[in-house]
Design a protein around this ligand. Sequence first.
Ligand code: FUL
Length: 621
Amino acid sequence: MKHTAITISLCLLFMGCQSGKTQYYEKHLVFPEGATIEQKVDMASRLTPSQQQLEWQKLELTAFLHFGINTFTNREWGDGKEDPKLFNPTQLDAEQWARTLKEAGFKMVILTAKHHDGFCLWPTETTRHSVASSPWKEGKGDVVKELKEACDKYGLKFGVYLSPWDRNAACYGDSPEYNKFFVKQLTELLTNYGEIHEVWFDGACGEGPNGKKQVYDWDTFYKTIQQLQPNAVMAIMGDDVRWVGNEKGFGRETEWSATALVPGIYNRADSINKALGLRNKSEDLGSRDLLARANELFWYPSEVDVSIRPGWFYHSTEDNQVKSLAHLVDIYFESVGYNSVLLLNIPPDTRGLIHENDVQRLRELGEYIDRTFATDYSQDGNRKIVGKEGDSFEITMTENVPINTLMLQENIAEGQRIEEFTVEASINGVWETIAEGTTVGYKRLVRFNDIVADKLRVTINRTRADFSILRTGLFYASHIIDENSQAQENLFTPKSCLVGDKNAAEAIDGNVSTAVHENGLVPVLIDLGEIKEIKGFCYTPVAEGNTEGTIFRYNLYHSNDGKSWQNIVRNAEFSNIKNNPIPQFVTLDKPLKAKYLKLEPIEEINGNKLTSIADFGVMIP
Ligand code: FUL
């Protein structure tokens, strides 16, 4: 008897209907004990974003601006020991940044108010390591203020990146002290600059095994944001916006905003994510298989962050490595078109301007997106379509022209539901399958070969509950011929290479898809074959597949006889190599002449005793 009563009330709960009204779960839900997979799928279909998350998702395009002391030291990660006097942009013009970004179609701008070096772009009261100690505007400048005013002028939303990891703050590692210091910085930023719409807390921390251990007070950080900027989302180390898991610019084809991944700010995150085998990088974050094993779900949508150049900060050597239009368009389709927000980084240069090459590429990208989506060849793109699993709907063309892109948008205010769909086209009266897909979510752009069709038919083969589509569209995206971005460095191919004792021809074959993996932290010994003038070197880590053994910290030596060695670089790091495994170009302080180089690993990215290398080149004048 008791059992029946419980069953009836559980059924009511699972059907989500109490007195005829559908029950939704905002942002988070916990499955009742004993819930079946059908019941879990049904509840998952009614998990919805918060209002802030919904508004954030609609922005689609956000610009990231990495600017700070690293811009002037030519580094990716500063160590916090830099002289603030180095910060001296000669022509800083935040309006040029805002105008360029607005014209390219961005809706929000996020500035690195403080990166890992601890240098603050606003005159904070918390530290001397800031613009106030720099010669720029005689210490009276405030980059945050200038950019916020420019964003207001151009109608852009504004967000701040505030790195929790701080290599300058003396109190870093003294957890309560640093937490107070950090909340003070956060409070200054969230109080003195008007509305802030995204607060970006980076997850990176490169402190090695003997480094400082800081326990962050996420709860207080979170409450500070809620109290001071209730419309803001808290990203990455936050529970509103999820890092997609790579810095390459590509999202997942199957992208669930309703995920089983527990955001890192919750104490239980490590243990639950480990038990479920989940990381930000995981392919699957929300399938039915995962729902079956999970006890709770989060509305935790993906943000795809990527730089327009290889690095996040400006380096003049990368002026000719601005990503091509074709590459950026692919990134757009595989981020915005894969149910994510694209966060594209454009690093202002040492003048304090967005470099001409980036301005040009952004203009091309903006024009391409505008042109592609200006004409929708479908009739009635804005009609609302609701249906059940297995239902089909047709989209009729307005004109007899080629198309190659279908846009679908689910009404995510009621949850994300579609799991599988098929697209057919009626070409000369005959139906052909032209594409298949999985999730839709906020926006799905489906690309297919150019066709001229009378109409398309979309069948929703699998859905978690009745589906609800807000928008469909048919477009033609013109094909772009890619011109390769050129690396500026002149790389010399060594004669031979030993990794440990092993002859490692794959490490110098110029082919980054062949790699050498060795046990132990073993030296990479390079024989140039003759004495050469050396400007620097390039270590290319393994970027795909088994990335174990990637070197993080290293020493570098040179020699003319391969026996007596002189140290050139001591305890240096390949900053950010773990998340962004791109070729690491290292320019020596002074060029030198040598026949041999030795790269000695001190620390691997995950603290393992392994060494790997995809390629090694020597920079010559
Ligand atoms: C990473 C950082 O370490 C990089 O320097 C950069 O800021 C990127 C967006 O996030 O984790």
